[in-house]
Design a protein around this ligand. Structure first.
Ligand code: PEP
Length: 254
């Protein structure tokens, strides 16, 4: 059975104090469930603080981005070795905010995925269409192209250690959510695309949904056959919302 993954993307939010409070609730509330992976991805400057506070709670640590370069004159960046040093296991890559606000191309994202795999960390590869692309019927081809860029770089074997997050851009931070059917259609297409290369790897791959997932809509989305968890932005900053999503993810495994 595939892993179910619930990942909180805190984006550029929080203070030492608010993070302490949030983690007090999460460390006591996140359930240890076989096959369920829960992780939080704080801003990089708080990774150490979060790692310490997580202690032995069943919550892993992820970063929101990383450089593909090993070290050197890259002001404002951080490396995979640094993330490893801080106890990070996951890295979100290709988030739509990185693609649109920081001009990351499919090729940049593929390079970062390759570097992350080489370092032994797990990339959470984000893909998804804008509203204009959806309305012009380009959703499936656009998502396939985003995945293909990574496939060309790391091969299908690389996908044995990749997590994919389908995040329709129009649903991120907007309160609009893809319907379970819309999301399932794209998730199934992603799995079918990879199954053409290797059916076992495609079958084992966790594909998360992201885009205004919250306590109210998580159960319906997670009940879909090809939805194996969620990448949660806004709702991951509220302990009760995040814990309800974790409970729905636990339920979806039964
Ligand atoms: C995200 O940032 O990956 C995300 C899905 O955000 P939100 O849940 O706020 O839409």
């Amino acid at each position: 059975m595939r892993k179910t993954i619930v990942a909180g993307n805190w984006k550029m939010n929080g203070t030492s104090e608010s993070i302490k409070t949030l983690l007090e609730s999460l460390t006591s509330g996140v359930p240890a469930v076989e096959g369920l992976v829960t992780l939080v991805c704080p801003p990089a400057v708080y990774l150490s603080q979060v790692k310490q506070a997580l202690s032995d709670a069943p919550i892993a640590l992820g970063a929101q981005n990383v450089s593909s370069q090993p070290s050197g004159a890259f002001t404002g960046e951080w490396s995979l070795a640094m993330l490893q040093d801080l106890g990070c296991e996951y890295v979100i890559l290709g988030h739509s905010e990185r693609r649109s606000l920081f001009a990351e191309s499919d090729e940049d994202v593929a390079e970062k995925v390759a570097a992350t795999l080489s370092a032994g960390l797990i990339p959470i590869l984000c893909v998804g269409e804008t509203l204009t692309q959806r309305e012009s019927g380009e959703t499936l081809s656009l998502v396939a192209a985003q995945i293909d860029a990574v496939l060309q770089r790391v091969g299908i074997e690389g996908f044995a250690s990749v997590v994919i997050a389908y995040e329709p851009v129009w649903a991120i931070g907007t309160g609009l959510t893809a319907t379970p059917e819309q999301a399932q259609e794209v998730h199934a297409a992603i799995r079918a695309q990879l199954a053409e290369c290797d059916a076992d790897i495609a079958d084992q791959l966790s594909i998360l949904y992201g885009g205004s997932m919250n306590a109210g809509n998580a159960a319906e989305l997670l009940a879909q056959r090809d939805i194996d968890g969620g990448l949660i932005g806004g709702a991951s900053l509220k302990a009760d919302e995040f814990l309800t999503i974790c409970a729905a993810a636990t339920e979806s495994r039964k």
